[in-house]
Design a protein around this ligand. Structure first.
Ligand code: 6GU
Length: 229
């Protein structure tokens, strides 16, 4: 599952340049008995299987040599992932992600192995792998040297708490739909002002919940308050 996303584009380049190391471990290598069993029926009955504590403890203990390293369980019950959580993770030199599966994991894994639990949104995936890829992608692109200056992290949607402004490329006129003239004016200050306004208006329209925490100047806040008078 992981080879596709990690063998492409920016993540591949980061790995090839030695900027990040991603190791994938198969829980089954720590499964119990001849059949390498990793799951079992829930005590108390009910549908689905539960990942057993023993293989998960064995797997994490085999790869982790430092008690400071975060061990993060990917689960719909975790705290919600966002850019801020990604920045927090990027500050650690190493961390372990556990991909939950089936109906869940033995609660003792949560209580005594895991240091954090993360969900990537309020919907249910069949397993934590896709969530792990989302987390890894978001963290890796923040690491120093991973993005070229053309792809700067600072200009991303969300890094300033706002959605991005509209972008246009050639041609100037596509089927009669024109590029906003300010972008062709060559006035850098005017362009920056227009983009900033567009970012704020777009955020107001689509994600007003983000505005509360966005990095806005006093003047920008006053402008928004006027609009609601
Ligand atoms: Cl981390 N795992 C699963 N299975 N489903 C999810 C999720 C994680 N985050 C949102 N939905």
């Amino acid at each position: 599952m992981f080879s596709g996303p990690f063998d492409e584009s920016i993540i591949k380049r980061a790995i090839d340049n030695g900027l990040v190391e991603i190791a994938i471990h198969n829980l089954r290598d720590h499964g119990l008995g001849k059949h390498r069993v990793v799951d079992d029926y829930p005590h108390g009955g009910g549908a689905g299987m539960v990942l057993m504590a023993e293989p998960l403890f064995a797997a994490v203990e085999a790869i982790k040599n430092d008690s400071e390293i975060p061990v993060i369980l990917l689960t719909p019950q975790g705290r919600l992932f966002n850019q801020q959580v990604a920045e927090e993770l990027a500050s650690h030199s190493r961390f372990v992600l556990i991909c939950g599966h089936y109906e869940g994991v033995d609660e003792r894994v949560r209580e005594h192995l895991v240091t954090d639990e993360i969900s990537i949104g309020d919907y249910v995936l069949t397993g934590g792998e896709l969530a792990a890829m989302v987390v890894i992608d978001t963290v890796v692109r923040q690491l120093p040297g991973v993005l070229g200056s053309d792809e700067s992290v600072k200009e991303d949607s969300h890094s300033n708490g706002l959605l991005e402004y509209p972008q246009y490329t050639r041609p100037q006129d596509f089927r009669g739909w024109e590029v906003p003239p300010v972008l062709l004016s060559g006035h850098h200050a005017e362009i920056a002002k227009w983009r900033r306004e567009q970012a704020i208006l777009r955020t107001l329209k689509r994600r007003p919940d983000l505005l509360e925490k966005a990095e806005l100047t006093n003047k920008e806040r006053q402008m928004l308050e006027k609009m609601f008078e």
